[in-house]
Design a protein around this ligand. Structure first.
Ligand SMILES: Cc1cc2nc3c(=O)[nH]c(=O)nc-3n(C[C@H](O)[C@H](O)[C@H](O)COP(=O)(O)O)c2cc1C
Length: 337
């Protein structure tokens, strides 16, 4: 069991915005939409949530802003991506007016869609241009802090996160998140948090450590090995939506609790409700539901059983019945831990 230590801060400030507990839910396109964030917030845990990335062109030019969040979802970072400093600045200005607590600039996304237009992690290859974007966004935003999310570099020959992060700080960025992988690593690569640790040493603003935090132990290790101010959890929260709460419990020195079968069942149903409520017009909700069930199965000892019964379901009723059967059989004798 990992024990809370001096290097595990409970909270930190992004300028004047308190992040408490010091754990953030990562921005994830196609995942961290309103429904998923409602689920995670309902379970509790993250001191900060991020929207999926928002294309700056849309945010700057469209009549209706492509982002939704609940009024009590505070603090929330609205993340923008793009390449044109003027469009990024206008997008940031509009999103600030929309109620963002923080404007986050994406310099880490490896997706083809983003990099093809030389945004996201492609910006790490062009630090001067990346800095021009930070400068424009900081100048445009009036009252909320601006932050940046990046990878350790573009590839093995360009691991420039500490230098770029320092330049972002000098332009007025208030926090930098660093995912230890390079763009070339995509989601592979051997864990190497050296650039996060270097950035922590070099910067006076908080650095959030990100990459492969799937357990409370992983979070503690990120704090221990880098001295980061906070941790960001992405895929770990898809597999285990209780992870941000568990990390928060750990940071508060409380016992870390595993969800019961009843809680797992209720979380799946709550997510389905959030989906239906947030996207009543959406046609592909069954696919989204099954995707979520698939992730849930990964965390279960005999998740294959649920996979076999739930995933072939043709209707929502069949899916609910399969879930009900699986969870009620396993909930009966399980004590509330
Ligand atoms: C499905 C998916 C979508 C993502 N979308 C975004 C995004 O919109 N913006 C961003 O900055 N990073 C995005 N990322 C990267 C994550 O925020 C995070 O940096 C990365 O997954 C590493 O953290 P993890 O190991 O905890 O998942 C995405 C990752 C995944 C898996």
């Amino acid at each position: 069991m990992v024990v809370r230590g001096a290097r595990h801060p409970q909270r930190f400030l992004v300028r004047d915005v308190a992040i408490d507990p010091a754990v953030a839910l990562a921005p994830m396109e196609g995942v961290t939409d309103l429904a998923f964030r409602r689920l995670i917030r309902g379970i509790g845990g993250p001191g900060l949530t991020y929207t999926e990335f928002i294309p700056s062109r849309e945010a700057a030019l469209c009549k209706t802003l492509p982002v939704r969040f609940d009024p009590d979802e505070r603090p929330i970072a609205l993340q923008i991506f793009g390449r044109d400093p003027a469009l990024m600045a206008t997008a940031a200005e509009r999103l600030e007016d929309q109620g963002a607590s923080i404007i986050d600039i994406n310099m880490g996304c490896p997706s083809k869609k983003v990099c093809a237009n030389s945004g996201g992690s492609a910006l790490m290859k062009e630090p001067d241009h990346a800095i021009a974007i930070v400068r424009a966004v900081v100048a445009a935003v009036k009252n909320v802090p601006v932050t940046v999310k990046m990878r350790s570099g573009f590839d093995a020959s360009c691991r420039n996160a500490p230098e770029l992060a320092w330049r972002c700080q000098e332009e007025g960025a208030q926090t930098v998140t660093i995912h230890w992988r390079t763009r070339a690593d995509l989601y592979k690569g051997v864990r190497n948090i050296d650039k996060i640790a270097e950035a922590v040493d070099r910067l006076s603003i908080p650095v959030i450590g990100n990459g492969d935090i799937f357990t409370v132990e992983d979070a503690a290790r990120m704090f221990d090995e880098t001295g980061c101010a906070g941790v960001m959890v992405g895929r770990g929260a898809i597999r285990n939506p209780w992870l941000p709460r568990q990390i928060a419990q750990f940071l508060r020195g409380e016992p870390v609790r595993e969800p019961t079968m009843q809680e797992r069942h209720q979380a799946v149903l709550a997510y389905f409700d959030h989906l239906a409520e947030a996207y009543p017009e959406h046609r592909g909700l069954n696919g989204r539901k099954k995707m979520f069930v698939r992730h849930t199965c990964q965390a279960l000892d005999d998740g294959d059983v649920l996979k076999r019964t739930a995933l072939p379901a043709k209707t929502n009723e069949e899916l609910l019945a399969a879930l009900d059967e699986y969870f009620s059989e396993r909930s009966v004798s399980q004590p509330h831990s």
